[in-house]
Design a protein around this ligand. Structure first.
Ligand code: MD3
Ligand code: FE
Length: 223
């Protein structure tokens, strides 16, 4: 059941893979949902609505670099970065208006996947939407702007596949590679919640609904 490094493409038949203590990969979970309120078509329609009504933007790091990934948020809180630092805000800095509400299908997906991984009552208040174009990457970092690290993070991969880098508690720890495909969900909790992670530059590829892009949703309980 080793899907790391040279085994990147191994065990592709496994639906549910334990990545580490507290981290669970649910392959193609999105496509498996067939309820009226939670299915792939509804999820993609809700995502399109959010993207049509808010702008994806490349944020600036506190160090002055422009992030490669384009981002927006939905939910009561949204993650932002600028020269002043990283934080969650109730208002979209580009409009001064609240972020759009989290669609019911997003909430249903986040709670269903968290429950499957053993987190019974996950109710996210923030959904960060990351858009990757060809060559877009995300360098190694920790997610530590949330209040309660006992709450998991749920990540949903859509569109063009990506290679995810899963490191350890220190930046210099060895990283392992995980192939993330359309519809895959990972629930990150427990001991892995503060592990370093990133995404390698997106390869040129094409997906029926997303073209050359990958979109990643990360659900968080920030407050
Ligand atoms: C492992 N996004 O938005 S999601 C991020 O694919 C982020 O867009 C990546 O890292 C992406 O912060 C990776 C997977 C992920 C999210 C949170 C984690 C992995 C994590 C928190 C702890 C450990
Ligand atoms: Fe992250």
């Amino acid at each position: 059941m080793d899907l790391f490094e040279n085994d990147l493409f191994a065990s592709q038949d496994e639906q549910q893979v334990s990545i580490a203590d507290g981290a669970m990969l649910l392959r193609h979970f999105v496509q498996q949902q067939k309820n009226a309120s939670l299915n792939e078509a509804v999820l993609l329609a809700d995502l399109n609505y959010i993207l049509e009504n808010s702008s994806l933007r490349q944020m600036i790091t506190p160090g002055g670099f422009t992030m490669s990934v384009a981002m927006t948020n939905c939910g009561a809180l949204g993650w932002v970065s600028d020269r002043k630092g990283y934080r969650y805000t109730t208002l979209d800095p580009s409009t001064g208006l609240p972020w759009q509400p989290m669609p019911a299908s997003f909430l249903a997906l986040a709670s269903a996947t968290a429950a499957q991984a053993g987190y019974a009552d996950f109710v996210p208040d923030a959904c960060l939407i990351n858009q990757y174009q060809p060559a877009t990457r995300m360098s190694l970092h920790q997610d530590k702007d949330e209040q309660d690290f006992s709450q998991p993070i749920v990540s949903v991969s859509l569109g063009v596949p990506a290679i995810f880098l899963f490191g350890g508690a220190k930046r210099t720890d060895v990283t392992r590679k995980i192939l993330l495909q359309h519809g895959d969900v990972i629930v990150w909790g427990g001991k892995t919640r503060l592990n370093y992670h990133g995404v390698t530059p997106l390869k040129a590829d094409s997906h029926a609904a997303f073209g050359a892009c990958r979109v990643n949703l990360t659900f968080r309980k920030a407050a």
